[in-house]
Design a protein around this ligand. Structure first.
Ligand code: SF4
Ligand code: SF4
Length: 204
């Protein structure tokens, strides 16, 4: 499910989000982050840096902190897993039309990158995932996750998506007690979206 607003926080550094989430987690703030996040968004000048309104910035910040906290809570268990899957978002493909040569298999359901463009983020992330021994899926939506997990006994999952989709896509993992790690999109919009490849590399 997409946000009702667009964002581009690619100008904010990775350490900014990490510091924010770690502080929230250590101070046990994530349990009541909703009350504090508006204050944080104002203090950290998120609106000025991104051009977002305060309500949208607060909602996004709250979701991002939530993703980071869940990563921290799941990390130890995730590191012990062997058979893993990487779920990538179809919206980060270089092309969303038939210039993208990816094959779609409705039975899985997933796209499989055909590596037509060396500068495509999904191409690079697919290569990275395969190199690390992951089964890589390029998903048209979070609703594909339960179907894939039903057919494949993965021990751990890494997911890339917008933070709202990550929260929803994380539910089937929780239900199956599968530890997950997530990388959120720094630019949404359901087409030409972006995520940080370095963050993905670290998590893999
Ligand atoms: S590199 Fe892969 S995902 Fe990107 S446009 Fe080509 S086939 Fe599609
Ligand atoms: S992951 Fe991409 S396609 Fe899915 S809701 Fe988020 S921005 Fe849209």
């Amino acid at each position: 499910m997409p946000y009702g607003f667009n964002f581009d926080v690619s100008r904010l550094s990775k350490s900014f989000f990490r510091g924010l989430a770690t502080a929230a987690y250590e101070k046990n703030m994530h349990r009541r982050v909703g009350r504090n996040v508006r204050y944080l968004a104002e203090k950290l000048k998120i609106c000025e840096l991104t051009g977002m309104g305060i309500s949208d910035a607060s909602m996004l910040l709250e979701d991002l902190v939530d993703v980071y906290v869940r990563n921290l809570l799941d990390k130890e268990k995730f590191l012990k897993t062997k058979k893993r899957a990487l779920f990538l978002p179809h919206c980060s493909r270089k092309y969303m039309d038939n210039r993208c040569q990816a094959r779609f298999d409705p039975k899985i359901p997933s796209y499989y990158c055909a590596h037509c463009s060396s500068d495509c983020l999904i191409n690079k992330a697919t290569a990275l995932g395969k190199e690390r021994g992951y089964d890589v899926y390029v998903l048209p939506g979070g609703t594909c996750v339960p179907q894939i997990l039903k057919k494949n006994p993965y021990e751990g999952v890494v997911g890339v998506a917008c933070s709202q989709e990550l929260k929803e896509g994380g539910e089937p993992l929780k239900n199956k007690n599968i530890p997950g790690q997530a990388v959120f999109l720094v630019k949404n919009g359901c087409a030409n979206t972006e995520f940080n490849l370095k963050s993905l590399n670290e998590i893999l």
